[in-house]
Design a protein around this ligand. Sequence first.
Ligand code: CAA
Length: 380
Amino acid sequence: MDFSLTEEHIMIRDAARDFAKNELLPGVIERDNKQEFPAQQIKMMGELGFLGMMVDPKYGGGGMDTVSYALAMEEISKIDASASVVMSVNNSLVCYGIEKYGSEDQKQKYLTKLATGEKLGAFCLSEPEAGSDATSQKTTAIDHGDHYILNGTKNWITNGNNADFYLVIAQTDREKKHKGINAFIVEKSWEGFEIGPKEDKLGIRGSDTHSLIFNDVKVPKENRIGVDGFGFKFAMKTLSGGRIGIASQALGIAGGAYDLAREYSKVRKAFGTEICNHQAIAFKLADMHTSIEAAKLLVMKAAWDKDQGNNYDMSGAIAKLYASQVAMDVSVEAVQVHGGNGYVKEYHVERLMRDAKITQIYEGTSEIQKIVISRGLLRD
Ligand code: CAA
């Protein structure tokens, strides 16, 4: 078994690390306070190839493997999880979904722009009454021959206002339940498409999360992805890869919190010595590091499974379930190591703790991951 990274992996990881330190760290607290989208930084990420990392170069992507993507996600998330969720949705949900299941025309028209970061994508599955229960879609797309008419509301949509192209999941035939669901590429400029209010969130406050309202939006038939009725499987298959992205994000949040706690413990003094010399703190660092190492192995295994062409539904769910718990545990402990300073914004760890929580909720809650894992275990 070979645990070593290739030279290319190391190069990509270091490039993401440098970018995060030089471009994302300055201003990250202010953007969090003001709920300000990192527009300039996302533009740079597009130029550097971080928004279409795994896409075939013939469509403008980086042609990299999932391990590279996970490493870059981890590094960006150590510093700014608001920027990394934008990256995650664009890469592993929108670009992947169109590249894997879209038509050649859809790839030429949409993927080429999404992969370079010229345009940004959003993935619209959740609804006010269909979050975890994703088959209960209320949004409808009624077939009118050469086009569909889309009506409904989507909730908690990452990149809701800043995206240009939206993957929208909708019910086309209620009788057929999940087999009557389709996925469509919808453009922001189309008539009847309205951006709803922005959510005021606990964490990842630099990312924009909105509801979206569709009022008789005319969607050309050529914008449907795959054959009629493929939409639910499309969403599930795409989310399986998305979960590797969120697991990497959780790993990065944990790593960022741990790095800060370790550094702080080496300079902060109490009872006549640096606090890392107290076993109460040293053991916390040992526990934090151990759980991060375990999460890293699970994340890398899931990414490797995807690169090998193995099924990654289970390994992605396991990685997300575990890494998101580690992100919570480690960030809470990092605040504790910082004591009173941990509760203060300038020390960063309170933000990481707030950011950690969403990794247990979006792209399938921890409870949903347990459904996926337990069904996988009991299938045969
Ligand atoms: N790949 C392919 N097909 C799959 C699949 C997968 N990973 N998972 C399920 N399916 C298929 C099943 O085989 C079944 O098809 P058949 O009837 O042909 O056999 C069909 O889909 C229905 O499956 P289930 O009966 O298992 O459906 P269910 O109602 O029990 O739900 C679930 C399954 C796993 C709970 C699913 O609803 C789910 O994943 N829910 C969570 C949704 C989610 O992750 N939402 C996050 C929103 S997106 C987001 O957060 C993005 C963002 O902005 C950050």
